[in-house]
Design a protein around this ligand. Sequence first.
Ligand code: APR
Length: 174
Amino acid sequence: MTAGDRIRLVDGDITTLDIDAIVNAANEALAGGGGVDGAIHRSAGPELMVACREIGGCPTGQAVITRGFNLKARHVIHTVGPAWRGGDEDRRLADCYRNSLMLAQRDDLATLAFPSISTGVYGFPIKRACRIAIREVIGHFSRHDTPHSVTFCCFGAPDTERYREALAEEGFFL
Ligand code: APR
C-alpha cells in the first residue's frame, strides 16, 4: 500500500463524514467560533462544548481529542492553527498536522479527515498551507500504519483544486 492509496481528497462539509475522527480548526480557548469550528459544534451538539471546557484549552500547534457526540464522526481532534502574520508560521502549522496524526495513531483511529487548517479566518495562504499539510501526512505515512487513511476535506472547488495541484507536485494524482 503506497502513501497515495492512503490519501483521499473530497470537496464538501467535514461534518457529514462517517469516519473515525475529523479535525477541528479551533482556537486556544477551545471556545467555539465560526467557520469549520462553528459547523462542527453545531452538528456535534452542546455536549462538545462541555467536553472542550473540561479540557480547558489547547496551545497553538497542539491537539486534543474529544468524542464526536451527535456527529457521524466518532471523535473530534481539536488543533489550533497559527494566525498568518507574514511567513514565520510554517512550523506551527506543520505541528498541527503532526500532533493530530500522532493522536489518531495513539488512539488507533483508522480514518481521519482534515479541513484546511488556518486558511480561513486565520488567513494562512492556501497554497503554502496545503503543501505543509500534504508533506506532514506523507511523512507520517512513511513511519506509521495508523491512521490507515487521511482525507483532505476542502470546502469548495477553488480550495480542492489547490490541494489537487499540491498533491500532483508530490506525485499523487487524485
Ligand atoms: N467543512 C470543511 N471545511 C470547512 C467547513 C466545513 N463545514 N467550514 C469552513 N471550512 C473551511 C474554510 O473554508 C477554510 O478553508 O475550513 C478552513 C479553515 O477555516 P476556518 O474555519 O476559518 O479556520 P482557521 O482559519 O483555522 O481559523 C480558526 O476561526 O472559527 C474560528 O474558532 C476558530 O478562532 C478560530 C479560527
